[in-house]
Ligand binder design. Structure first.
Ligand code: BGP
Length: 468
């Protein structure tokens, strides 16, 4: 549809940006915090360690003041499980509770709504040692963690996200440093989807608990959604795109919204003797949970063709060779790429929004979207027109999606402030706020406003009208 008149962004649209605890806070073993899987993983060569990051743990006041200066209506951050529960279960660490109370209150002081991610890639190491998500008890561990958060923060936090990018934990866990496969496992695919099943049930029970304990709060999932295009109009390529759409995207949202396993995924798992064991009560729990909205991270689309049977596993959140018998990745010739080789597809953002809304009919909040680049600090300024351009194009497409009658609640680019990437260090910067530090050496950690900071401030002040 080529619209002649654009609809405006909703009046109460939640403009903001995102971070995650293990990538931004630092202080990773301070004030009683226990180690998470991120703190014990082997770091990719040449990347910053996670003990300092952007030092947001100590500088959150300065950072939130800068977010307020940009006019944020929301700040999406995650709560580190091991700050609240150093061993994942058992004793609660009061200093961790105090810290997040301070962060939440600081946001509210500026009328910034906290949008809290409950779990962002940081399984407690103590629970990893007890089998991580392979252990059926992981459902109760997570629900207990959720209860601690709802009890302590639920009087002020109105928006909750369950598990960040559960689909990436399942598809590319080793790259992010999260997947734990018990020794002696013979069918890794089955074990991976057993873990995935436990996460799905944990999410469902947490959503139900949220509705019971906090009737005014809203909660939703936060997968990474990329619409998958077929490389051509060959029928076999269409089948491949359907396969990967199901495995990458719809499995997670079908389950969150309808409480049902996607049939294409289920048949693929059956074929590989990899269907998860379903425990009594699981399907009821899945069917009883209803998100209030859908949160999703969008970086780009994916394009695939029919499998030739020789694809290699691997890749990262936005890239992979394929899965033999399922799909083969295809380099989309129509799309430019970032300096870190991720495709850029703003129109694909609109395509993805339209598709998600027409499948699920729930309001959408974008929980991540952004461009990783090598920024340069020169005379106290950071000129990042490439980031402004990327964000502008995506916001334009979001507005077109709104005009298509897609119900949008908010937009939180990645990231509010520079932080450490999942596997490519702090040199891959995303923030509106520059942090003076490098992978090689901890710097002054001083904050600088990038050009995109001033630009985003105007965007928010005009409620998305002024994108120049
Ligand atoms: C998402 C994650 C984030 C984040 C972002 C950018 O997958 O939710 O934690 O880091 O992608 O990815 P990267 O850090 O790999 O560049």
């Amino acid at each position: 549809m080529q619209h002649k008149t654009l609809k405006p962004f909703p009046k109460d649209f939640l403009w903001g940006a995102s971070t995650s605890a293990y990538q931004v806070e630092g202080a990773n073993l301070t004030d009683g915090k226990g180690p998470s899987c991120q703190d014990v993983k082997e770091l990719p060569a040449g990347t910053a360690s996670l003990d300092i990051c952007a030092d947001h743990y100590h500088r959150y006041k300065e950072d939130i003041a800068l977010m307020a200066e940009m006019g944020f209506k929301t700040y999406r951050f995650s709560i580190a499980w091991t700050r609240l529960l150093p061993n994942g279960t058992g004793e609660v660490n009061q200093k961790g509770i105090d810290h997040y109370n301070d962060v939440i209150n600081e946001c509210l002081k500026y009328n910034i709504q906290p949008l809290v991610t409950m779990f962002h890639f940081d399984m407690p190491d103590a629970l990893d040692k007890r089998g991580s998500w392979s252990n059926p008890d992981s459902v109760d561990w997570f629900v207990n963690f959720a209860k601690v958060m709802f009890e302590n923060f639920g009087d002020r936090v109105k928006y909750w996200l369950t598990i960040n990018e559960q689909n990436m934990l399942t598809l590319v866990g080793p790259v992010i440093g999260t997947l734990r496969i018990p020794e002696g496992t013979t069918n890794v695919l089955k074990e991976t989807y057993q873990q995935n099943h436990h996460m799905l049930v944990a999410q469902a029970k947490a959503m139900e608990l949220c509705h019971k304990m906090l009737p005014d709060a809203k909660i939703g999932p936060a997968p990474n959604i990329s619409l998958v295009y077929p490389a051509s109009c060959k029928p076999e390529d269409i089948l491949a795109a359907q396969n990967f759409n199901a495995i990458r995207n719809w499995l997670y949202l079908d389950m969150a919204v309808y409480g049902k396993y996607n049939n294409l995924v289920w048949s693929w798992l059956e074929e590989n003797d990899a269907t998860p064991e379903i425990h009594p009560g699981d399907m009821e729990a899945l069917a009883n949970a209803h998100p209030d909205f859908i949160g999703f991270n969008y970086y780009s689309t994916a394009t695939v063709e029919a499998s030739d049977g020789n694809e290699k596993e691997g890749g990262d959140q936005q890239s992979s060779a394929g899965i033999p018998g399922v799909y083969k990745s295809f380099k989309n010739p129509n799309l430019p790429r970032t300096e870190f080789n991720w495709e850029i597809d703003p129109v694909g953002f609109r395509n993805t929004l339209r598709e998600v809304y027409s499948r699920y009919h729930l309001p959408i909040v974008i929980t991540e979207n952004g461009l990783g680049a090598y920024d340069k600090l020169e005379d106290g300024r950071i000129h990042d027109p490439y980031r402004i351009n990327y964000l502008r194009q995506h916001i334009e497409q979001m507005r077109l999606a709104i005009t298509d009658d897609v119900e949008m609640m908010g937009y939180c680019p990645w990231s509010a402030i520079d932080l450490v990437s999942t596997h490519e260090g702090i040199r891959k910067r995303y923030g509106f706020i520059y942090v003076d530090t490098t992978d090689e050496k901890v710097g002054t950690l001083n904050r600088y406003r990038k050009d995109s900071f001033y630009w985003y401030k105007k965007v928010i002040a005009s409620n998305g009208e002024d994108l120049d």
